[in-house]
Write a protein that binds this ligand. Structure first.
Ligand code: OOG
Ligand code: NI
Length: 474
């Protein structure tokens, strides 16, 4: 059937529309985008020899850089989760990774919906970190309130639900239906200042956990932040402070390195916004109050680590956080950052060391010399690939001969402890429910049951990309 329907372009258009909507809702996010452009331009300029020539980041950076963004939403029920899964699938975004946020003291777990192939990521890498409330971790009083509020809401428009049925049965959308899909899809993410709960109910929910109140009290799942990507997050952090933005105290994740790994993130803190609580007298009146939820974030992406690399990362970071919890002095961000940088000195910081140590994933390619060599190939030097996508000995030999070269793969996912740090900076205080939740176990099975499918294993996806590159070379 003839149609303009294309997952990549739909995802790009949706992301653009969401970003425009969020700019009007939270103007400070627009200022943050300007700061990121300023930082990227400065960072590129300072690495260039002739500083008199102006530089345009859009001409230097890969095309995906400027449009790259992630967002986050928080859902209340398994049904909301499975429906959002259907909605993201239309845009080529699939659940990758399971994030147990009880590790960071929150009664929630999450996945990230994102494109999964190199081609789709290169076309447009939009992703949405999606959390869902774990009812079983709430106290019975709060659970009853949450259930009552969530049962009566529908965060999707009837037309969006109809479009999901259409695309699932027909396999595509017409150009007009694509426009409707975007317009209706935005309604799930739009901000509503009128709550569905009374001030008293809100106060009870918030006393148990600020995030419970944020998830339960509104008629939909407002997008709570959007995050452009930068090439110099330290500079963005400095510029935010210089521009008088309420910046988070420090950058989450690994320290600045020659070979950036995983993900570094910072944000401006959530705004206090006026909301109107419903009045239980049935008068239809509203009571004015305030709520803190929405913010803007920036990310700098580094290399995807293997399981082994990730374990090493977690081990170092856990030790730093353990020391920070013991020592008052380390609550100062400069002290923390210098401990972090010092602790990460043992993590290899050159491409050959990361590769030889099996710490990161790479994409292999033939060099121009390799193209020639391939024509008169020595048959005992074939490229072999192990089942987990690891490069083998013969690859090392071909690298030494200058036949092959390699580039690191970008980390496309998230980090639960960094997410916890981002959540915390945007809450003010963490409540008494923390103790209860700390003892919780992760529940991947329950999550997947709600979702209605399996979440992909991110390590497997990177290994497949590495293996694919070797197979192409072969
Ligand atoms: C999600 C926080 C996680 C990130 O970048 O790690 C996240 C939230 O605040 O709902 O977006
Ligand atoms: Ni985020």
């Amino acid at each position: 059937m003839a149609s303009d329907w294309n997952q990549d372009s739909l995802r790009a258009r949706f992301c653009h529309a969401l970003s425009e909507m969020y700019k009007t809702e939270v103007p400070l996010y627009g200022n943050l985008i300007d700061i990121v452009l300023e930082a990227d331009t400065k960072a590129l300029q300072s690495t260039k020899s002739d500083e008199t020539l102006p530089i345009n980041p859009d001409e230097v950076l890969p095309p995906r850089h400027r449009v790259e963004r992630h967002g986050a939403i928080r859902l209340g029920t398994p049904h909301e989760l499975s429906t959002i899964r259907r909605m993201f699938a239309v845009m080529g975004m699939y659940p990758v990774g399971y994030y147990d946020l009880s590790l960071a003291g929150f009664p929630m777990h999450a996945t990230a919906f994102r494109p999964t192939t190199s081609e789709a990521l290169a076309a447009h890498p939009f992703r949405v970190f999606t959390t869902v409330l774990r009812m079983e971790l709430l106290t019975s009083k709060t659970r009853a309130l949450a259930k009552k509020a969530l049962d009566q809401r529908n965060i999707f428009t009837p037309r969006l639900l109809a479009l999901l049925d259409i695309v699932e049965s027909r396999g595509s959308l017409s150009p007009d239906e694509c426009v409707e899909f975007i317009d209706n899809g935005l309604e799930t993410f739009r901000w509503h200042s009128k709550t569905t709960v009374t001030l008293d109910e809100y106060t009870i929910l918030k006393a148990e956990h600020a995030l419970i109140a944020d998830i339960v009290s509104f008629p939909n799942a407002h997008i709570n932040h959007l995050t452009p990507r930068t090439i110099d997050i330290d500079l963005v952090q400095r510029l935010m402070v210089e521009h008088g933005m309420p910046a988070k105290e420090r950058i989450e994740g690994p320290p600045r390195r020659k070979c950036p790994i995983l993900l570094r993130q910072t944000s401006f803190k959530a705004l206090q916004e006026t909301v109107f609580f419903s009045d239980d007298s049935g008068s239809g009146e509203f009571v004015k109050g305030s709520h803190t939820a929405r913010f803007g974030e920036v990310e700098q992406r580094g290399y995807a680590l293997t399981r082994k690399g990730r374990q090493f990362y977690d081990q170092i970071l856990n030790r730093v956080n353990y020391l920070a919890a013991q020592n008052e002095k380390l609550s100062d961000s400069t002290e923390y950052e210098s401990l972090l940088a010092k602790s990460f000195e043992i993590f290899p910081d050159t491409l050959p060391a990361l590769r030889e140590g099996g710490l990161a994933y790479f994409c292999y390619r033939l060099t121009p010399a390799g193209e020639k060599y391939a024509e008169h190939r020595d048959d005992d030097l074939v490229v072999s690939v192990s089942p987990d996508g690891e490069a083998t000995e013969s690859v090392t030999e071909l690298l030494n001969k200058g036949v092959l070269d390699y580039d690191p793969l970008t980390y496309e996912d998230f980090l639960p402890l960094s997410a916890g740090g981002i959540f915390n900076s945007n809450l003010g205080d963490v409540s008494q429910s923390k103790q209860l939740i700390m003892n919780a176990e992760s529940d991947l099975d329950g999550f997947q049951r709600g979702l209605g499918t399996y979440v992909a294993d991110e390590f497997h996806l990177y290994a497949e990309m590495q293996r694919g590159s070797l197979e192409l070379v072969y």
